[in-house]
Design a protein around this ligand. Structure first.
Ligand SMILES: [Zn+2]
Length: 220
């Protein structure tokens, strides 16, 4: 097995346009994982509820990164939020390339940022369980996408949209580290998942767990 190069990004002068080249194989002992969390702003909702203005709950996205590559878990909703997330990834993990964007469940507020992120990192693959992809496709039907999402956030959701691709396994790897997809059934919506990274004992729970906001119950 080829040894990965020691972590040098702290002192690296490599610009974004010339990312470090990952080796073809990894020694996981030399590829240490880090995890960071980005939390979005609250996006104002364009339609009033009971005569009052409101805003959407903040959205958290996790970045798990090694020496050369990174995995992003979930995306925000709007183009502005996704641009902010992209800048944060570039600052948090400079020179690293997104390998996977893992989507925890089908609600659009967790994956509408996919097309913009794939423009920035075209070699990345946006993946989810087949059930989550099927749910996601339903979010693009007119009664959901036109009647709900674009009414809530007119002109703010990137189009054309692109769902994740169905991932045929319950694991994937980045720099030799295993990521396990944990299917948990119906939580805030159907067919939800969490992502477990054993090497750093990390569970990214999507909307299975809410932090400091009311849980959103919407099975559609
Ligand atoms: Zn949700």
């Amino acid at each position: 097995m080829t040894e990965a190069k020691p972590h040098t990004s702290k002192h690296s002068k490599t610009p974004h346009s010339q990312p470090n080249k990952p080796p073809s194989t990894y020694n996981t002992m030399s590829s240490l994982l880090k995890a960071d969390v980005w939390v979005s702003s609250r996006l104002p909702i364009a339609i009033q509820r009971d005569g009052q203005s409101s805003a959407f709950s903040p959205i958290s996205c996790a970045l798990i990164h090694g020496t050369y590559e990174a995995v992003l878990v979930d995306t925000p909703i709007s183009t502005t939020q996704t641009t902010d997330l992209t800048k944060w990834i570039e600052e948090t993990a400079p020179t690293k390339t997104l390998k996977y964007i893992y989507i925890t469940h089908g609600h659009g507020d967790h994956w509408f940022g996919i097309p913009l992120l794939l423009k920035r990192w075209p070699s990345a693959r946006a993946i989810a369980t087949p059930a989550t992809v099927a749910h996601s496709q339903g979010q693009l039907e007119p009664e959901k996408f036109i009647d709900i999402w674009t009414r809530f956030f007119p002109g703010q959701i990137y189009q054309p949209q692109k769902t994740a691709e169905p991932w045929p396994s319950d694991t994937f790897t980045m720099e030799g580290h295993e990521f396990r997809i944990i299917e948990v059934g119906h939580t805030d919506t159907l067919d939800s998942t969490a992502l477990y990274t054993p090497d750093i004992h990390l569970v990214v729970a999507g909307d299975i767990v809410y932090g400091d906001v009311h849980q959103f119950f919407w099975g559609g």
